[in-house]
Structure formats: C-alpha cells, structure tokens
Design a protein around this ligand. Structure first.
Ligand code: AMP
Ligand code: MG
Length: 320
C-alpha cells in the first residue's frame, strides 16, 4: 500500500470513503469515542486486513458499527433489555453484545466465530454520515497498532497506521476520547464487559439495578474451555503437518502443502487470504471429518497475521 488518503468530511470526501469501503478497503473514521478503523463487516478480506493493519496477535471479536436500529434488527436479536438500553443511549458510546441473527451475513472473523455480536450506533455526525452512505455493517476497532494508545486525532491515526490503511476521514478531535462501554445484553440482566465512555451510573439509572461486572471479555473468550462448539472442530486437530496421515482431512497452506479436499488457506501463502478463509475452512474440515475424525493443518509462518492464525489454531487443537 502507498500513502494513506486524508479525506475531508464533505459530500465528496464521504462519497469517496463509502466507495472505498464498498471495495473492501480500510478507512479510519472519527467517532465520539476514538477513531475507528472501518472495513466492510461482510467481507472476509476486509476484516482480515483490519487485523493485518493493526498487527493484532489474536482474532478477538470486533464491534459492528451501524447507522440505524433497522440495520441492527437484520444482524442481531434485540432483547427487551437491549431495546430499553438502545432507546436510552443510542446513538452514543455504548456497545451491546447481542445474540447474532440467523443469516446476518457477517464475516465469522468479526464475531471470532461466536454466536453473539457486539454492536454500536455511534453518535458522531461524520461516522453517522459515512455509515448511512455506505449502508452496510462496518467492523471498526480502534485505529491504532495493536498494543498502542487509542487515537483521538487524525495525527494519532497517521502516526500509527500511515501507509497501512487506505484512507482516513478528518473529523477533528474525538469528543469523548474513551472507548465505548460494553454491556452484554443477551440475557435479562446487563453485564458490564468493559468500562468506557458511558458511565455505569447512567446505565444503572435506566435499569434500576447495580451493574454486574464480568471478567474481562478477552480473558473469558480466550479460555479454550469457553469456546463455543462451532468454533472448535469435533475431531482431533494436529498442527504443523507437512504430510498428513491417510485418514486425516488436511488444511493446506502454500504450494508445498496443498491440503486435501480443496482445503487450502492460501495457495500462494498469502496470510491475509489465509485469515479470511480460516473459520470457513475449519467449518468445512469439521463437516468432512465428522465425529471422531481427524484434521491436520499445514504449518503457518508465525509472522504478521500468521500469529493470530496460529493462536486460533492452537485453541482449536487444545485438548477438550
Ligand atoms: P475494540 O477492539 O477496542 O474495538 O474492542 C472490542 C471489544 O469488544 C473487545 O474487548 C471484545 O472482546 C469485545 N467484544 C466484541 N464482540 C464481543 C462478543 N460477541 N462478546 C463479548 N465481547 C465482545
Ligand atoms: Mg483498541
């Protein structure tokens, strides 16, 4: 990639940003919390590029950003609790984790293969204008390299990601400057997953109860025992296999390890393509191997996105 385009928050700039999103490109956008790194949440390649640009070592789930409640209903089940919270706080710095709707059409990389999805309607006028023009769901973690401080100005975004993303829409400084508060609203009682820009007192004033705090979602999701079953194949998984046993379903990578049954993460050893295909191929291998079957996976270089791929594969291979 060459230079990152800086677009103004005008009709022309926002049209160009929406077109870029349609092409699967990455666009940093201002929100009231921090700058988000936006990509089409339905595109496996766009979402894989988000992980690559941020150099994230792990496929943790991303927040889906939308412009309207109508769009939310197409992607998630709005529980009665979520309806109340949405009415009180959306658009705004609150993210709700909700049950994923059937046929939502999101890339499995966005939800990390979970059957829940984190959703937010940002209040920032530039984010809303871009999301409305684009018309679809946008995955957007903070627009900074993994492990660095979240960006609240255009200069912060460029300092971390210049040349690694396609464009940034200039919306000035982010007014809240803190990440969104994340609530699990899948049940009848909200659970606080992350403190953020919406104070817990404001939430408690609406629900009338003190908030239940959960362990950090990252830790919860990271524990292999907690992985939902559709995330871990039923059969045994063997890693770094250059020569599979005859009874193994083999997921390949690169020309030297082509895989069996047309299962290759990337013929050309492209790690972004491999990340985009990972969850799809795990599902297909699982279906082919069935109960008690065996799955082998070719070695994946432990660089760039390969680290996140290997992290996920190690979890899939962990004893259960
Ligand atoms: P960020 O990377 O700053 O956008 O943060 C996203 C946060 O949302 C992470 O802490 C994720 O663990 C959390 N998250 C996203 N989706 C889910 C989900 N389905 N269930 C629980 N936590 C989620
Ligand atoms: Mg972040």
């Amino acid at each position: 990639m060459t230079r990152t385009l800086v677009l103004s928050a005008t009709h022309a700039g926002l049209s160009q940003a929406a077109d870029l999103l349609r092409q699967g490109a990455l666009v940093a956008m201002p929100t009231e919390t921090v700058y988000g790194l936006a990509g089409d949440a339905r595109s496996d390649m766009a979402v894989a590029r988000i992980f690559a640009a941020k150099n994230r070592p792990r496929f943790n789930p991303l927040i889906v950003h939308l412009a309207s409640l109508g769009q939310v209903r197409a992607i998630a089940h709005l529980t009665p609790l979520a309806e109340r919270l949405a009415r009180a706080f959306w658009p705004g710095p609150l993210t709700l984790v909700l049950p994923l709707a059937a046929g939502a059409g999101l890339s499995p990389l966005v939800t990390a293969g979970l059957d829940t999805v984190a959703i937010r309607l940002p209040a920032h006028p530039v984010a809303r204008a871009l999301l409305t023009r684009f018309g679809g769901p946008v995955a957007a973690p903070s627009a900074n390299p993994s492990g660095r401080i979240s960006p609240v100005t255009v200069a912060h975004v460029l300092a971390g990601l210049d040349g690694r993303i396609d464009a940034i829409v200039d919306g000035g400084d982010c007014p809240v400057g803190l990440e969104s508060t994340i609530l699990d609203a899948t049940g009848t009682v909200p659970r606080l997953l992350r403190e953020g820009g919406l104070p817990r007192e404001a939430i408690e004033a609406v629900t009338g109860e003190s908030l239940v705090t959960d362990p950090a979602p990252a830790d919860r999701i990271a524990a292999p025992g907690q992985l939902p079953s559709h995330y871990a194949p039923r059969g045994a998984v063997r890693l770094e296999v250059r020569k599979p046993d005859p009874d193994e379903i083999w997921i390949g990578f690169g020309a030297a390890c082509p895989g069996t049954n047309n299962l290759t993460l990337s013929e050309t050893a492209d790690l972004t393509e491999a990340a985009a295909r990972l969850f799809h191929l795990l599902h297909r291998a699982d279906a082919l191997a069935g109960d008690g079957g065996r799955i082998a996976v070719a070695p994946i270089p432990d660089i760039g996105l390969g680290r996140a791929i290997n992290d996920r594969l190690r979890r899939a291979a962990a004893p259960r």
